[in-house]
Design a protein around this ligand. Structure first.
Ligand SMILES: N[C@@H](CCC(=O)N[C@@H](CS)C(=O)NCC(=O)O)C(=O)O
Length: 232
């Protein structure tokens, strides 16, 4: 494949979903960290597209939206596509990730003040925008995201983000059942999407809690062992 660059935020679950797919396919890539305040690193997108990450650059082509990116990657090499009916299940899981799992994660990452501080520390490892911008991104960004998180929680009936996440993980555990992967014995887009989302919260206490689920942690290790991070 031509040169691949991922425009990302370090703590964006949709970006992690794309990283999981690239790494499961063994595609080398580099990342460009986008400043969430200015987004000035983002390439010019068609005017109807809202400036969001992830954006993937492949050669001279830009693809926005994690689902579109994964679809594009499957047209290049269909290693995460299954036979029916497993394919429909994999797609259902990917949709659930976009509509539910990834939506709850900001509340897990930024919902409580101490989590927002942890998020600022995680961002400190990756953001590199210069002294003043770094401070603004880490602390200002975390404060803004804390408000976003409160709104998400309110929309979902309030309560504790950790409990909402646990309820979603109950569904995933049921779908996984006794299988190696969500669609059966072979990896799929559904596995990439869920694995990416969970990688995004690896530095947060909610992740350790999820890993207490034996089937889920065995699945997580199985998928991790197939991810190859190759530098472009
Ligand atoms: N449907 C999009 C969602 C992407 C998305 O919401 N990205 C967030 C970061 S997690 C973003 O860029 N937000 C910036 C904004 O909305 O201005 C996808 O799957 O890629």
């Amino acid at each position: 494949m031509q040169d691949v660059t991922l425009y990302q935020f370090a703590l964006c679950p949709f970006c992690h979903k794309v990283k999981a797919a690239l790494e499961l396919k063994g595609i080398p890539y580099k990342t460009i960290e986008v400043n969430p305040m200015t987004k000035k690193e983002l390439p010019e997108l068609p005017s109807n597209e809202r400036a969001k990450v992830p954006v993937l650059k492949v050669g001279e082509k830009f693809i926005a939206d994690s689902t579109e990116i994964l679809k594009f990657l499957e047209t290049e090499d269909d290693s995460l596509t299954l036979e029916e009916p497993a394919q429909s299940k994999s797609m259902m899981v990917e949709e659930w990730v976009d509509d539910d799992l990834a939506q709850i994660l900001p509340a897990v990452i930024y919902g409580k003040a101490k989590d927002a501080i942890r998020a600022a520390q995680v961002l400190a490892k990756t953001s590199n925008f210069g002294l003043v911008q770094n401070a603004v991104v880490r602390f200002g960004g975390s404060l803004i995201m804390n408000r976003v998180a409160q709104k998400i929680l309110a929309r979902r009936g309030g309560g504790d983000a950790g409990l909402l996440l646990e309820a979603e993980m109950d569904k995933f555990e049921d779908w996984l059942g006794e299988q190696a992967f969500v669609g059966g014995e072979k990896l799929s887009v559904g596995d990439a999407a869920v694995h990416g989302c969970l990688t995004c919260i690896e530095d947060f206490p909610a992740f350790s809690k999820i890993m207490e689920r034996q089937k889920v942690s065995a699945w997580y290790e199985r998928v991790s062992s197939q991810r190859k991070r190759l530098e472009a």
